[in-house]
Design a protein around this ligand. Sequence first.
Ligand code: HEM
Length: 124
Amino acid sequence: MFERTDAHISTWVIAIILFIVAVFLHKSGKEKAMKIVQMILRVFYLLIIATGVLLFSKFSSIDPALYGVKFLFGVIVIAMMEMVLIRTKLGKKTGVFWTILVIAFVVTFYIGARLPLGWNWFAA
Ligand code: HEM
């Protein structure tokens, strides 16, 4: 199971859906529901990291530098999702964090799909 990327992909796809749901719940004033979704989302952050670390520990020797950058950007995506939600709740500006989130997501996705396991769309 952890030799493949399916579990890892499932965790970050679910996390992104929960993140979007949390943003919309806030927009419609449903703070309590948002809080619950955010708690579930935090569990998924841990699952993304756990599945990522398992893949990393098994395969990073293939290309330590690129796997290292993948790890770093994956963590940045998670950190920015958390920052956007916290600042949205506090009514603070989120523009910068949304920008970093989108850029970090694109980079993480690109590197993930470039690395040898599973999807291998941009292989050099
Ligand atoms: C929300 C954040 C993240 C996103 C969107 C993401 C996205 C991806 C994608 C698209 C792949 C390629 C799947 C495939 O080729 O089948 C992948 C693989 C991988 N991810 Fe993540 N990831 C995230 C977080 C993380 C984190 C935090 C880590 C490290 C702890 C990590 C480590 C890995 C590893 C080691 C692979 C295998 C790369 C390979 O050999 O193909 N990811 N990820």
